[in-house]
Design a protein around this ligand. Structure first.
Ligand code: NOJ
Length: 503
């Protein structure tokens, strides 16, 4: 049977067969590929869906662009080279704690593959890498004896960053408390303040000549709330009293940690990171809305104010959440002053909006959250509402405090991603970043002191109690082979960031 190829058909129809005869198929294919790549690539950076132009240059030349990760979520090597167990090693090895019974024993094997990951970060044109130190890799038992191989590992990571021109930003505590300290009560034991201080002192003395940007803690509301009140996260403790104790000790340790960094690295840029959410009332009806506004106030105290206000000298937000008065029983003389520390920057981490209504449960809070699912709004794989305006309002809310510098130390989302022909098409994530970044820019243009934005996360990783299912990375990781594949959102950032460098 006579077959006419698509190209022959096109030549005949268009009457340009003479021109084409001088061009072979190979050239045609090459031109097409180059054209498609170029237009597709430009489109990533330049055409947000609502038609407005978004460009990294609009954020200013000093704006920090980075991507973040955390030790337990990526390192793996949980018992290698002298590392001691952390509460997350212990918790994930118990039954029925983690989705699919998964754990971070191997994670993304960052311990052996950090060079490849830092190279990917560089390829995407980021200038900052935020990672955390695993306390029990340095002090296997939390205090006392030091593990030289663990100390060396972070030197290698830092040196790798510096050698490729990436600024390391270190978080000292991203939730992986040494198990040995949990056995003494963990964050609920006041001794944690000095154990933590010794660890901070060691790290800053050891790495301070190379690293100037430090975050004392990551999201105390999350590790205390989920770990010591609700029991969903390690160490799996429950109840209001442990929660209040752990809260007070975390706030004291955060301020003391800040002071220790300042002492050891006088020119350091010191921050700590806080989870935060815009909180709205559920009901519209004037009477019910009034009730829900009370719920909003209490939620706001718990989720947004509780951990930052003591450091600012405002004390605990007892005005909005009277149940917090009980925290006073854990105070010792001088604590009011010790809680204060003037951070150079505040790290804000925003993932969702909270919509709440008055409720008879749980006691003390008298408020419950109405899920995004129930409200039928756009969500990601973890059922977090996609609500870009929330990051704007939260920046504005925190800008009212006496804060000179805000860095968005985490923002990102998870969708189902898969590799097809070596590409990962993730348009929903690109759309997410475009819409959130526009809101960050809006707040900045209105005068909010926001000077940096770090994507969560550099690579897909272990998402705590959700295991490996939620993929937050700009880089896809095949957890069986550890193969890395840059997602389209990674290419989007590459284009977005390099376009600003060309200007
Ligand atoms: C905030 C935490 O810091 C990070 O560890 C976590 O993976 C993200 N939220 C996403 O849930």
């Amino acid at each position: 049977m006579y077959k006419i190829s698509f190209l022959d058909y096109f030549k005949r129809k268009s009457g340009i067969s003479k021109i084409y005869s001088s061009i072979n198929y190979f050239h045609l294919l090459l031109f097409t590929v180059i054209y498609l790549c170029k237009t597709g690539f430009d489109a990533y950076a330049q055409e947000p869906k609502d038609g407005t132009y978004l460009n990294a240059a609009l954020f200013g030349t000093n704006f920090k662009w980075g991507a973040a990760c955390a030790s337990y979520q990526v390192e793996g090597a949980w018992n290698i080279d002298g590392k001691g167990p952390s509460i997350w090693d212990n918790f994930t090895h118990k039954k029925r704690k983690i989705h699919n019974q998964e754990n971070g024993d191997v994670a993304t094997d960052f311990y052996h593959r950090y060079k490849e990951d830092i190279a990917l970060l560089k390829e995407m044109e980021f200038g900052v890498f935020r990672f955390s130190i695993s306390w029990s890799r340095i002090f296997p038992k939390g205090t006392g004896e030091i593990n030289p191989k663990g100390v060396e590992f972070y030197h290698q990571v830092i040196d790798e960053c510096l050698s490729v021109g990436i600024e390391p930003w270190i978080t000292l505590y991203h939730w992986d408390l040494p198990q040995a300290l949990e056995e003494k009560g963990g964050w609920a034991n006041r001794g944690i303040i000095s154990w933590f201080n010794d660890y901070v002192s060691f790290c800053t003395e050891e790495y301070g000549h190379k690293v100037k940007n430090w975050m004392v803690m990551n999201e105390p509301a999350a590790f205390v709330g989920l770990g010591y009140m609700l029991g969903y996260h390690a160490p799996g403790k429950k109840g209001p009293y442990k929660f209040l104790k752990a809260t007070h000790h975390a706030c004291l340790a955060m301020a003391e940690g800040g002071r220790m960094i300042r002492k050891n690295i006088p020119d350091a840029n010191i921050g700590s990171t806080f989870s935060c959410s815009q909180i709205d009332p559920y009901r519209n009806d004037p009477v019910l809305e009034f009730k829900d506004r009370g719920a909003v106030k209490r939620m706001d105290a718990l989720l947004n104010r509780l951990y930052i206000e003591p450091s600012l000298g405002l004390g605990y937000p007892v005005d909005a959440l009277p149940a917090l008065k009980r925290i006073k029983r854990y105070f010792e003389p001088g604590d009011e002053e010790r809680l204060k520390f003037k951070f150079d920057f505040i790290g804000l981490q925003n993932y969702f909006r909270v919509v709440t209504k008055k409720s008879l449960f749980p006691p003390f809070l008298w408020a419950k959250q109405i899920s995004a699912e129930k409200r039928g709004v756009q969500m990601n794989e973890m059922k977090f509402e996609v609500y870009p305006e929330g990051i704007y309002s939260i920046i504005k809310q925190f800008s009212k405090y006496d804060i000179d510098n805000i860095i968005i130390t985490e923002n990102g989302t998870c969708f189902k991603d898969s590799v097809e022909k070596n590409r990962v098409l993730d348009p929903k994530r690109i759309d997410f970043f475009e819409r959130y970044l526009k809101q960050v820019l809006k707040a900045k243009n209105e005068g909010a002191p926001v000077n940096g934005y770090f994507v969560w996360s550099l690579t897909d990783n272990f998402e705590w109690s959700e295991g490996y299912e939620p993929r937050f990375g700009l880089v896809h990781v095949d957890f069986k082979t550890q193969k890395r594949t840059l997602k389209n959102s990674g290419y989007w950032f590459q284009s977005f960031l390099s376009s600003s460098k060309e200007e």
